[in-house]
Design a protein. Structure first.
Length: 171
């Protein structure tokens, strides 16, 4: 039996997906892929202009992420990908594409905390003005199979440790 893991670190912009996924990848000796780096250029341009993505924009991106998950599984390698995965249908699509068990770490926080983080960061294409559209799109995954919910009102190290504890308990 393999010990390889496929994990998506999910949540709205500003929740810390990249930092937490990097921490998990280091702790689990897994590869890490920044999901934002897989967006088609048109998506990045649209978001940079303060325009929210719609389903038609997201599906090709989710297909790319799904292939990365599937490819890692085929190589029997652990992989962690950051991806907003806001809707249940997106998560189900990724589960099917992964071709096996896929864990999600949902980084959950208040609008105020998220907005503060988004306005403090520099050099990111996603403007804080899109937070409300992301929160409106988000379908809370709590209670779905394989989902670990972690509150983000803590340090990155504490969030990573809580995610690791949740992943270990759900195995």
């Amino acid at each position: 039996m393999t010990n390889a893991r496929t994990i998506v670190v999910m949540g709205v912009s500003g929740c810390g997906k990249t930092s937490v996924a990097e921490g998990l990848a280091a702790a689990l000796s897994a590869a890490f892929i920044e999901g934002d780096s897989l967006h088609p250029a048109a998506n990045v341009e649209k978001m940079s202009k303060g325009m929210p993505l719609d389903d038609a924009d997201r599906w090709p991106w989710l297909d790319i992420i799904g292939r990365a998950l599937s490819d890692a599984r085929a190589r029997d390698e652990s992989i962690i990908i950051s991806c907003s995965a806001l809707k249940k249908i997106y998560r189900d699509h990724l589960r099917a594409a992964a071709g096996g068990t896929l864990a999600f770490v949902y980084l959950k926080g208040s609008r105020e905390l998220l907005l503060g983080r988004m306005t403090a960061r520099r050099g990111h294409f996603m403007p804080a003005s899109l937070l409300d559209s992301q929160l409106a799109t988000l379908e809370d995954p709590s209670g779905e199979p394989g989902v670990v919910v972690v509150d983000i009102d803590a340090s990155i190290a504490q969030i990573v440790n809580a995610a690791l504890d949740g992943l270990a308990a759900s195995r």
